[in-house]
Design a protein. Structure first.
Length: 112
């Protein structure tokens, strides 16, 4: 009977260690994912700046008659696409942050 208790205890210890390892892995993955999403957000912010510069140049060129309305419209679309990608990157970063906070138990730390 004592031997069975020891075996059950050892099994519980192994299960506990497996759970702890899984939690650490999940948190490490969430941290990595969050960092990646923040990097993508930064890249998309730069992309919007670049496309805004391109749009402004295209607008000036269009006013001067140096580019066609189709080329100007493409600059508008490119800027819109860049802004849409930025908004998606913001959403993805916030979602990754929430997942990290949830895994670390910080999502529930709210003052009432």
């Amino acid at each position: 009977m004592v031997q069975n208790s020891r075996i059950r205890y050892k099994n519980q210890q192994i299960i506990k260690e497996q759970l702890e390892t899984g939690i650490r892995r999940d948190i490490a993955n969430a941290v990595g994912n969050y960092r990646n999403k923040l990097f993508i957000l930064q890249v998309q912010e730069e992309n919007v700046k670049t496309n805004l510069d391109n749009f402004n140049r295209s607008e000036e060129q269009y006013k001067l008659g140096r580019i066609t309305s189709i080329e100007f419209r493409q600059a508008q679309i490119n800027l819109l696409d860049a802004r849409t990608s930025l908004n998606l990157a913001k959403y993805d970063a916030k979602l990754a942050e929430l997942q990290l906070l949830q895994l670390t138990g910080q999502l529930l730390n709210v003052e009432l």
